[in-house]
Design a protein around this ligand. Structure first.
Ligand code: BYC
Length: 337
């Protein structure tokens, strides 16, 4: 059976072969459950159930892929940034996203998967990455809106991951979140400046908000009732807050920010609900979300092609780094001999 880059042995009739748990496995499982129930951390050398390992590799590798594919829509604007200051900020941000990908691939590697395997999943189109990066960045205001809303949504989702039960993922997320916070602020600040500009600039910001708002709400994943991985992910302390609860937190946090900025969020049903003490919001287009997740969004093919080309073009760098490491190793061995 194929499940997001993994092969599990199939029985001849196509059903997965269940392995009978040994006594030792049962004791290890009990120790694992006790640690999870006590809100403890699992480290790479610890025993863990195969399903826990696979869930983590699935989530962390998808997350890593999102970071490096996320470099592309904004990277397109580096050469067109409106000033040296904005260009320097954008270069730093895009570089940070590359770094996040590296921390996350490293965290996933501690679970026994290789970077090559993960990248093969991405480049062949089998692995998922965040839906949000399959939309075009049409104007400079999109760069600001990605910082404000996309990174804002990412922070909302990622802060609870700093408390994930798997140690290397949780630790990687601490640094990622600090950097995402700068990303969100730089985006909001760029938009604030545009909103003090000409009518044309203000319209550009509003247009970008109109195009990105609903896509950002979908980023949190399907509604809890349609989220096959949520219950187990939360039981294991990988996910700490559900997709719908994070989405609600994001809406509640963003409404006042939009007011300060002077933009309208494109949802006629968006209003404060006194009883719930939260904002109500309209219906998300889940058909469009699934189309995009399944490879048919506006930019899926373009993003993947750019990513594969960048990887292939970088082959000589990997070859050179490897040759250098081999030379150094043999020199060290000669010196030690
Ligand atoms: N896009 O059962 P569910 C960033 C998939 S990087 C695509 O709820 P789960 C940034 C999901 O994978 C942002 N697919 O799953 C970077 C699952 O499919 P599989 C990335 C999505 O795992 C650069 C199926 O739908 N952040 O912000 O419990 C520049 C059912 O979903 C999406 C992370 O990756 C989506 N939006 O929850 C700027 C955070 N949503 O795997 C910004 C870490 C769902 O069963 N990941 N799917 O085939 C998570 O927190 C969780 O994996 C999710 C989904 C909340 C995304």
């Amino acid at each position: 059976m194929y499940t997001q880059s993994f092969n599990v042995p199939d029985a001849p009739d196509g059903k997965t072969v269940p392995l009978a748990p040994s006594k030792e496995d049962a004791a290890l499982q009990a120790a694992f459950d006790t640690r999870i129930d006590a809100d403890g951390r699992i480290e790479p050398q610890d025993w863990m159930p195969e399903a826990y390992r696979k869930t983590l590799v699935r989530q962390i590798s998808q997350h890593a892929h999102s970071e490096i594919v996320g470099m592309l829509p904004e990277g397109n604007w580096i050469s067109r940034a409106p000033s040296l200051k904005r260009k320097a900020i954008l270069i730093a941000k895009v570089q940070d996203e590359g770094g996040h990908g590296l921390y996350l691939y490293s965290a996933a590697e501690t679970l026994g998967t290789s970077r090559d395997q993960m990248l093969e999943g991405l480049h062949s189109g089998r692995a998922k990455y965040s839906s949000i990066f399959n939309y075009p960045t049409l104007t400079w205001a999109d760069v600001g809106v990605i910082g404000w809303l996309v990174d804002g949504a990412a922070i909302m989702n990622q802060i609870p991951l700093c408390r994930c039960s798997y140690g290397p993922y949780a630790r990687a997320m601490v640094r990622v979140c600090k950097e995402e916070s700068f990303h969100q602020r730089q985006g909001y600040e760029a938009l604030l400046v545009m909103m003090t500009g000409t009518e044309e600039q203000k319209a550009m910001v509003q247009d970008a908000v109109d195009r990105w708002w609903w896509k950002c709400l979908a980023m949190f994943g399907p509604p809890d009732a349609d989220s096959p991985n949520s219950a187990q992910g939360m039981r294991w302390g990988i996910k700490r807050v559900s997709n719908d609860d994070l989405r609600q937190k994001f809406v509640d946090a963003t409404v006042p920010q939009a007011k300060v900025l002077g933009v309208t969020l494109p949802d006629p049903d968006l209003k404060w609900n006194e009883e719930r003490q939260h904002h109500d919001y309209g219906r998300i287009d889940w058909n469009e979300f699934w189309e995009t997740v399944n490879g048919n969004g506006p930019c899926n093919k373009e993003r993947l092609a750019t990513r594969v080309k960048a990887h292939n073009d970088g082959q000589w760098v990997r070859d050179a780094a490897l040759a250098h490491a081999r030379k150094q190793q043999s020199r060290n061995m000669k010196e030690a001999a």
